[in-house]
Design a binder for this molecule. Structure first.
Ligand SMILES: Nc1ncnc2c1ncn2[C@@H]1O[C@H](COP(=O)(O)OP(=O)(O)OP(=O)(O)O)[C@@H](O)[C@H]1O
Length: 246
């Protein structure tokens, strides 16, 4: 469904993702794992279309960009917007209905049911600015439920989230897996990856290993990832691949 072909993505000519090639397993859960600054979020943003590659491409077969649900890192969301919990959840319908499209009774029911699923029905009319980090993350997961997308991209979904909320949200990930959706998540917790994500892309700007989690998360490959990242420097030479902006 999603194939990366020699993908290079740079900031001011310095590649954060470097010559990455490979395929994400259809209908399975893949973790993107690696040290800080490894290019994980950059890769996710490129797949969802927010960043343009300098070279190579993201091939999406059988799925359009409007068929994907994307959960950004919480730090990238402005929570001061005067939006209620239920309105944020309902905005998950926009991809299908359009911004000014009618939201029908079924859509309202779906929003409410999603809120019930994440245990926040009593918070429906609250402004999102009045939620804790964990509650807000539940709301964002409810929005993904409403989106009903075959492809789900999650960027550090359990960051600043307590153990109970993490367990509840992981149950939703398990449900998406059982429903045959493709889930791709940037994660930092190795145990979570081993328990819930059968596939792993281990990266440090480039691919260190990609495949079955048990074969990817070995001591020597994890060491190689951190060694590779340690060599990275903001002053590293620019990539000379064709297509990188001069
Ligand atoms: N907007 C930006 N402008 C310039 N450089 C950036 C930008 N965003 C990321 N970078 C750089 O690109 C590299 C990869 O960043 P990215 O956020 O993709 O890594 P990551 O693997 O998600 O890291 P972390 O685990 O710390 O969240 C880093 O060196 C980072 O400093």
């Amino acid at each position: 469904m999603i194939r990366l072909e020699n993908l290079t993505v740079s900031y001011r000519r310095h590649p954060a993702v470097h010559h990455v090639s490979g395929s994400f397993a259809d209908g399975q859960a893949t973790a993107i794992f690696g040290p800080n600054g490894a290019g994980k979020s950059t890769l996710l943003k490129t797949i969802m279309g927010a960043l343009k590659p300098d070279a190579g491409r993201v091939l999406m077969r059988g799925v359009a960009r409007r068929d994907l649900a994307y959960l950004p890192q919480q730090s990238e969301i402005d929570r001061s917007l005067p939006v209620s919990v239920i309105d944020l959840v309902s905005s998950g319908h926009w991809q299908r209905s359009g911004l000014f499209g009618k939201v029908g009774r079924n859509d309202d029911d779906a929003s409410w049911n999603a809120l019930v699923t994440v245990g926040l029905e009593d918070f429906a009319t609250r402004p999102i600015s009045a939620l804790s980090s964990g509650q807000f993350q539940r709301v964002l997961f409810a929005r993904i439920l409403v989106q009903d997308a075959p492809l789900i991209l999650l960027d550090e979904p359990f960051n600043a989230v307590d153990a109970t909320t993490t367990a509840d949200l992981l149950r939703l990930v398990e449900r998406w897996k059982a429903e045959g959706r493709t889930v791709i998540a940037v994660l930092h917790d190795e145990q979570q990856v081993r328990e819930h994500f059968p596939q792993t892309l281990l990266m440090a700007r480039e691919v260190i290993a990609w495949g079955d989690t048990a074969e990817v998360l070995t001591a020597d490959k994890l060491r190689r990832a951190s060694d590779t990242a340690a060599h990275w420097s903001a002053n590293a030479p620019v990539c000379r691949v064709d297509g990188v902006r001069p």
